[in-house]
Write a protein that binds this ligand. Structure first.
Ligand code: MN
Length: 408
């Protein structure tokens, strides 16, 4: 059986006000072709299909158009699990219909844990695969709250709850396998400790409070492969090539500019054999971050314009300028070229008045935690109190983001 692993599509994502449907269209067409050409038997999508819990109709159209396209591929089976950005009820709503197309959806933890364990047979029934389709595990799925518990107690319980969930699906899968040699794969949408995070602009969302990730030892069990989602950069777990983050297929922010995006193909050609390879995803629109003084910035922009490639640019200028003249000067330079400047940051200005709201700074440049931090500054809250309040704030933020608004 040949498996393709991808995750973190974030359909509907917006970058500095720009929608990205054309890139997604190209990616999904490419992916459908890749599945066909590589003769994939099973497609795994490990969470964060959509960027938010109420995706636009256009984002949903892209999703269903793709599913319809791949449903026509002879023998292909698909498993989709929910991520922290997804609405579980939105993903699960068309479950029975998609089931008819050999597409399994696990939007949230199922009432019976055995429903997360799926036995797949190849088209000619000669091969089998067991997939433990574990979705993103929400706090309420894995932990009971007791009055008076400390944040530390809570973190220990989350860690234990997640490990216990994987032990349970592993046990179900093993009994399903019996004496046969059927490979067992698990999916997951979580942050493993020991994974250095760099270049990821959404890093704050990876943590629940100050939980610095799940210990991989607790969830690896005996899985032949662990198909993870949540980190946007392709990542292998140290010392274990069979446990990976596929990473997002398109760079979702300028922090991911320059990363090579991939999908992963795992093959179990015959009993006891397995192989793995990475397939690079073509770049449908380049993102580039330019940082430097005004003359080097202008030089780089000129070169980009001459290059003729479609590119979105974020500029950080380290020379002294008033916001308005800088904007005009740089936008003039790229006029009528395939280069578009999405954001200009005036580093000198920002540094000079770092913590105050100033002219040229927009609320859109800050995230919720930045605003809350400034509020704490205003009130001169420091030390342990500050850490504690920031942790509580993060918890509320995660709860608000995960709220499944249309689940009735
Ligand atoms: Mn995620």
């Amino acid at each position: 059986m040949k498996i393709l692993h991808t995750s973190d599509w974030h359909l509907g994502t917006v970058l500095h006000g720009r929608r990205r449907y054309d890139e997604y269209e190209q990616f999904l067409d490419w992916l459908a072709g890749c599945i066909r050409d590589t003769q994939i038997d099973v497609l795994l999508i490990s969470g964060d299909i959509f960027d938010n819990t109420a995706p636009s109709n256009r984002a949903q159209e892209l999703y269903y158009h793709f599913l319809n396209q791949v449903a026509e591929i002879q023998g292909l089976q698909v498993i989709i699990t929910g991520g922290n950005h997804d609405s579980p009820s939105l993903l699960d709503a068309p479950k029975p219909l998609l089931r008819q197309l050999r597409i399994h959806v696990i939007g949230a933890v199922t009432p019976e844990i055995s429903e997360e364990v799926i036995l797949l047979r190849s088209a000619n029934e000669s091969e089998c695969l067991i997939v433990c389709a574990v979705p993103y595990l929400r706090d309420r799925d894995i932990r009971t709250v007791e009055p008076g518990e400390s944040i530390e107690d809570k973190m220990v319980k989350i860690q234990e709850g997640i490990s216990e969930h994987y032990r349970q699906v592993w046990a179900v899968a093993q009994s399903l396998r019996g004496d046969s040699a059927i490979p067992i794969i698990a999916m997951g949408h979580l942050f493993l400790s020991g994974c250095p995070v760099h270049g990821d602009e959404r890093v704050r969302e990876l943590y629940i409070g100050n939980l610095r990730g799940i210990d991989p030892g607790g969830i690896l069990c005996g899985f032949d492969y662990l198909a993870l989602g949540h980190l946007h950069e392709h990542r292998k777990i140290e010392g274990n090539p069979w446990c990976r983050y596929s990473g997002a297929p398109i760079p979702l922010g300028f922090g991911e500019a320059g990363q090579e995006k991939k999908v992963i193909v795992i093959d179990f050609p015959k009993k006891g054999e397995r192989s793995i390879r990475e397939i690079p995803v073509p770049c449908f629109r380049k993102l580039q971050k330019i940082q430097g003084d005004i003359s080097s910035t202008e030089q780089t922009l000129r070169e980009l314009c001459e290059g003729g490639e479609r590119v979105w640019v974020e500029v950080v200028v380290e020379s002294e300028f008033t916001a308005a003249s800088l904007q005009a000067r740089l936008h003039d330079l790229v006029r009528n070229s395939p280069v578009e400047i999405l954001k200009i940051e005036n580093a000198a200005l920002t540094n000079a008045v770092l913590r105050a709201m100033v002219e040229g700074e927009h609320l859109a440049d800050l995230d919720e935690t930045d605003v809350f931090s400034r509020c704490l500054d205003e009130h001169r809250i420091t030390g342990e109190d500050r850490d504690h309040l920031l942790t509580l704030f993060q918890e509320i933020l995660v709860a608000v983001r995960e709220e499944d608004r249309y689940d009735e």
